[in-house]
Design a protein around this ligand. Sequence first.
Ligand code: FDA
Length: 307
Amino acid sequence: MLRTPLLAAARSSACRKLVERTPVTRALVDRFVAGSTLEQALPKVAELSRDRYVTLDHLGEDTTDEAQAQNTVKAYTRLLEELGRAGLGGRAEVSVKLSAVGQFLPADGEKIALDNARAICEAAAAIGTTVTLDMEDHTTVDSTLSVLRELRTDFPWVGAVLQAYLYRTEADCRDLAGAGSRVRLCKGAYDEPASVAFRDKAEVDRSYVRCMKVLMNGEGYPMIASHDPRMVAIAQQLAATAGRSEDDYEHQMLYGIRDDEQERLAAEGRRMRVYVPYGTEWYGYYMRRLAERPANMLFFARSLVTR
Ligand code: FDA
């Protein structure tokens, strides 16, 4: 019930001002965001990297300013240099939202995003790590997959995110299940209309399982991005049936969510990667986390009332 208004609020600048100015918000955001700066995030990444893998997200999205898109590229380049310096290139990669590097700019947005993503891929290649393109709302999917195809000609290891709630995704999984491809399969975090997406949770879950089957039986590297214990268990069964070893696929979860389960999977010898966001542009990301789980919203509301 709260999902749709929260996801609408995630894109409202008035709500953004209100939430950002609320004094208690920062402490609540810290559960999901590893710090405002790279310096704050890096020790957490080093700690997680002891038993897990990491993908870092420099927070930001929906940029309509070219200078801001360039600043995002600089932030990623610095991040990758620091990961290299800290010897973390083998454990940590980066996740990039194309809308943060220019995809929505009015003139040549897709071309600018491609050039900017290419610069980030070059910095990743220099330290021997990978880049995965996050997936945003359904209007961006064709553009993002087209940028992916271009990038993969020079950087075949660039990964994509596919969202099981979209009707098209099973077919996209088939297209991307070839050798060398890396696909992060998630359920999907945006408020999509019934014309393009399943809106019922059970249908999304069924689609997720169908997509996992395609990826696990394919020749690429499946990245199972879900906290759902059923999806985690089914992924492991499908991987075993497909003859995949533990380093032939991985589980992925978000920073601050089901940390015990992350530790447990890592201790079992599974590949477990944590998506670690950092930066000051946390608003949209944080609101999507609230929308995923009503309990998060109640906790937020209670903090406002009792402060
Ligand atoms: P589901 O929502 O069914 O949750 C299963 C259980 O997980 C819940 O019962 C609860 O215990 C726990 N849980 C889930 N969300 C929680 C939360 N916010 N707070 C506390 N507990 C929670 N989406 C997208 O559209 N584009 C993208 O690029 C990405 N990228 C991405 C990367 C990675 C590594 C992950 C793990 C997820 C994404 N997502 C995403 C988000 C994804 O689409 C989805 O919204 C969330 O992962 C929640 O879906 P689950 O599969 O976890 O299942």
